[in-house]
Design a protein around this ligand. Sequence first.
Ligand SMILES: [Zn+2]
Length: 321
Amino acid sequence: MRALHVVALIALLCATVEPRPAAQGGGARGGRGPGRGRAGEELVPTALLSERNLKPGDFPTLRSTTGYVYAWEDVHALGFLTNNLIVITSDGVLVADGQGTPEATKKMVDAIALLTPQPIKYVVVCSEHGDHTGGNDAFPATATFISSPLSQANLARQAKRVPTVTVADRRVLKMGDTEIQILNSGRSHTGGDLEVYLPREKVLFTSESFSSHIFPSMANAYPSEWIETVKKLQQIDATFVVPGHGFLDPVPNMTREMAEFEKALEYVVGEAGRVHQTGVAVEEGLKQVNWGPYAKWSMAERNGPPAFRRVYDELDGKLKN
Ligand SMILES: [Zn+2]
């Protein structure tokens, strides 16, 4: 009975990874229902579920990039998706990032157990922020946590589960016959950002170095360095790009969206810099800033002011090195 239940659940999970006709997609849990989009289909440019006619109940979703590398998507309290990467090998499972609560991360851990008997061996903390680490206690106690040195120090201060392995530049793991590169491509959203790249599968998990169609969230960011980091990520030979937040759309869209995100970063840094150069003080400058086309991006009202202040801080030499 239990075996049957597991098979049925696996069928359900696998069913979510295949595009299906819109007419059938609507009611299926996690399926590509209305607004989910198939190749060539016009997609609403947004990160918000509500603007694509999706509901929180449509998630979490497990999506396959190859037969053993998956993206896990679940809903952030602010109405967009938080994405994680799952790599299943014959030598254990690697997960990059978790969800914001133990309940949400446990759902992913349970789904992994339905896909493979292999244990979760590594958890890579690509973003130290709570919406990606708040559920880390749901990962098995035996898993080795990996992060940048900066995130290790910050997580230790917060008394969260502290990574024991750090990546200051790049580290290559060989699990079974799968090569997994953990990249520290420079400071971007948190300052301790990491990415995960699978060269054979051409899968790149950017975590929060790239969030699709979300106005750049810069409260803890290194604005001008972030642009350089995204430029570097775009040089990587990746077919499947999985962002830290936002929709995972058909393959060509994601490469385009990462380029769009770089343009958004450049615009925000450029525009805040322009206002700064006029000599106006930060709060007064906020009334003058013009975010142009990015004023329509998801979370612009919430993320705009902190981004503006952060660029000011950078230009005023107030960001610590
Ligand atoms: Zn986040």
